[in-house]
Design a protein around this ligand. Structure first.
Ligand code: SAH
Length: 351
């Protein structure tokens, strides 16, 4: 079985030619896949009936994930989907909507995509990290997370504006499938989203960052740092903690030099663990002058024993970075009450 969503446009052309059809038939598959969101091969009405039958006989399919549960936040701005994959596992994906910006008047609809079921990184404050690694998602299972929401938005006359690889899993630990998905999602004959509208978030696997820098893509990179020194980082991020803070910063700089895209450092603020003024000062010192941006994320509740700092201590942390000349924002909280916020995704519980 091969899902047509797995194929790059060039591969789709090869497929139709191998079947003995002219090249243009590829666009009669690609266009509906990315603009009409068909559920079955039989919905590809532009193709000759015999060609559809041949595709079905050759075990081609459409849509490797099925929606099994949908939950919407009280304000309507956040939607979480639980999707089933063909092998019976399930994955969560989240849509976050933001009102029209003052700059261009357009609303933002950002999808937070998962690349793995579970995660091997074991971050102590993250629900996905705590459930352990289950499996790598295939490119088509990553792409169809976007397609489900694109279909929902299309019915309302809206569309997907941004993609963030910040759902379940570590994108750089599933590199080949992740990058195949990115290539198809950004291809102008595929989903066609602008490269600059995509951000990949990583726990800081430096070889993966270097590999990504070589892809000749304009995608944004976010690195989950969480600590200014190795001792603290190892406690919070046990598996990825073996890459030193210094090495991560160097990899971030290399990414910036190669792509011209500034790197964002994510920093989950945990009360009494990594939120003191001393730690803020230490963080400011290591980031000063490298042009990066810090995104502070007051921690969201998970099963662990970690608490969100008070509003005042978040502001104090931000002020110290700001005064040291480090660009910094506090992440707007979304979807906490439906367990759709950062670090809350896990699939063994349906809320
Ligand atoms: N593995 C990648 C992608 C997951 S992104 C990474 O670590 O970057 C998920 C983001 O949410 C990361 O920045 C992560 O550190 C953060 N996060 C995890 N648990 C959280 C929690 N309980 N509260 C707030 N942010 C959390």
């Amino acid at each position: 079985m091969t899902d047509l969503y797995r194929l790059l446009p060039e591969e789709m052309e090869q497929l139709v030619m191998d079947m003995g059809y002219p090249k243009y038939r590829a666009d009669q598959i690609l266009y509906p896949l990315y603009y009409k969101f068909p559920k079955n091969i039989s919905d590809l009405k532009q193709l000759p009936r015999i060609m559809r039958e041949e595709l079905i006989a050759a075990e081609y399919t459409i849509g490797s994930t099925q929606e099994i549960h949908r939950i919407v936040s009280d304000d309507g701005d956040t939607t979480k989907l639980l999707l089933n994959t063909t092998d019976g596992t399930s994955v969560e994906t989240v849509l976050m909507q933001y009102p029209p910006s003052k700059i261009n008047g357009h609303p933002r609809s950002t999808i937070c995509i998962s690349t793995q079921i579970g995660c091997a990184m074991e971050c102590v404050f993250c629900a996905t990290g705590q459930m352990g690694f289950k499996k790598n998602l295939r490119a088509e299972e990553i792409i169809t997370q976007v397609i489900h929401f694109a279909g929902i938005l299309q019915q309302r006359g809206e569309h997907v504006t941004n993609l963030v690889f910040m759902g379940m899993g570590e994108p750089l630990a599933n590199y080949d499938e992740m990058i195949r998905a990115v290539r198809i999602l950004t291809h102008d004959r595929g989903f066609g989203i602008g490269q600059r509208h995509i951000t990949i978030s990583t726990i800081g696997l430096s070889s993966g960052i270097d590999k990504l820098a070589e892809e000749n893509l304009q995608i944004g990179l976010a690195i989950s740092l969480h600590a200014p020194n190795n001792e603290l980082r190892k406690k919070l991020v046990p598996t990825a903690g073996s890459t030193s803070v210094e090495e991560i910063l160097k990899a971030g700089n290399r990414y910036y030099k190669k792509t011209g895209r500034r790197v964002t450092f994510e920093y989950a603020l945990i009360e009494g663990v990594n939120d003191s003024p001393e730690i803020a000062t230490e963080l400011a010192l290591i980031l000063q002058g490298n042009g990066s941006h810090v995104n502070l994320i007051p921690i969201n509740p998970t099963a662990g024993n970690f608490n969100r700092p008070t509003h005042d201590s978040v502001l104090e942390f931000e002020r110290i970075l700001y005064n040291a000349g480090v660009n910094c924002t506090v992440r707007v909280e979304k979807g906490t009450e439906i367990s759709a916020a950062c670090g809350q995704l896990r699939t063994d519980i349906i809320h």
